[in-house]
Every structure is written in structure tokens, then in C-alpha cells.
Design a protein. Sequence first.
Length: 275
Amino acid sequence: MNRGQYFVEKTKILILNLVLKYRIHITVLYSISLYLISQKNTTLINLIAIFCFSLCHSAFHFYNRACDRDADLISNPKEALNNIGEVPKLKNISYIMAILAILIMVLINKAIVLILISAGMAFLYNNFFGINIKRIFFIKNFYMALFYSIPFCFYAYTVIDIPITPQMGISFLNYVFIILAIEALWDIKDIEGDKSIGIVTIANKFGVIKTKIYALILMLIAWFFQFYLYGSIVYFSTFLILYYIYFLKANCSIWHYHGPLILVLFPTIIILFFS
């Protein structure tokens, strides 16, 4: 293998790790969402806060990847950590990321309670005072819906002092129903791995078809809130859910999960810079 081929191969491995193991594309979408929620506020305070909340979000994926190694080896080997020695290393990195995010927010004296909630939820998912949230049927999905919905709804208020309005409650419900749908559909890829470690999900309890019907109902409910808020549906979340409903099955390619998110990322960036 010549130097050029070696570089290409290493770059490919790096990209695959960033996407499949560390979910960097999801964190990028998360950070862009916070920027849009803050009404494209370009103050230094807002940009620093987005960085800190994104650090916490990424810390969650690092920590969860470390905790999920055994299940991933069964369901999704491409997402699993290659070496058991990587588990404590990745956990320590996630701790450092979260602590750094909290310290920076304390220094700028903004959204301290919200960053503590986000950081706490990132680690309590796998061990909530001795209880593994992931092993509690439905609660695991609802927990993740809150993990995303709480910062999405209260970020602008706590960071750039945008007033709380009654519409925030409707917006919160919209986020919850959309994320509940996506979380249920993503559990399809982990059916065998979750079963192997005793985790009961909607997908492995009721099957793929019923999971898709459940997600479709949740999306239709979310549409009601979206029409109330915006006068139309949110196309990106609708695309994701409809794509998953149509294409996902128990043994489909892992790229059917990550690919649509990457596709959504490009128009989101276009809106970010040109809208």
C-alpha cells in the first residue's frame, strides 16, 4: 500500500468512526438547531454556549457508546468499540468534555442550571442512581425525548434572554412526539442486541410493523402542533420519520439510520448560511 492509499484508508476509517461510533453528524445537527433556535444570534456568549451544549451532547454519545459495547457487538459491530480497553478511555473523555462545558458556562454565568441538567442527563441515562433507564420499557425513549426537548425549548430563554411564551409549551410537545417516534424507530437496529442484555423496547416487544405504526401516529400528532406553531409541517423531521418507516427492517444496513441524518444536514447548513 503506497502513501496515498494509506492516507485514503485512514481517512475513511476516521470518517466511519466519527459517524458510526461517535455520532458527530448528530451533534452537528444539534448545534445548528441551537443556533437556529437562538434566532441566529452571533454574539460571543451564544456561540460559546452552543459549543458547551454541543460538548455535553457529544459526551452523551461517547459515554453511551462505551456502555453499549456488548450490545453493539451483537446488533451493530460497525458501531461497537473494537477493544474493551477503549471503554474506560471513552468514559473518561466524556467526563472531561462535560466538566469543561459546565465550567465554561459557569465562567460566562449563563444557563448554568440548563447545562447541569443536560450534562446530568447525559450520564444518568445508563445509571440513574442505580437504575438503568435503558432497561425500563418506554421510559428510555421518553427520557431521550426530554434530553433533547428541554434544551431546545429553554436554550434561548436561558442564554440570550428571549422571553418564555405559551407557544413554548406547544413547541416542547412537538419535540417530544417527534423524538419519541425517531427513538422507537432507531430501536429496530438494536432488536437482537437489546434482547441479549435484557432491554425491552417497543421494537423487540411488538415487532417492526407495529413500531412503524406507532411512529406514524406520533408524527401525525406532532403535525398538529407544527401546524399550530408554523402553519405548516416541519419537512426535515417528517422526511426522517417517513424514510425510516419505509426503509427500516431488522437487518437492514446501518446506513439506513445514519444516511438520512447526513442528508438532512446539507439543506440545514444551506438554510443556516443563506436563509
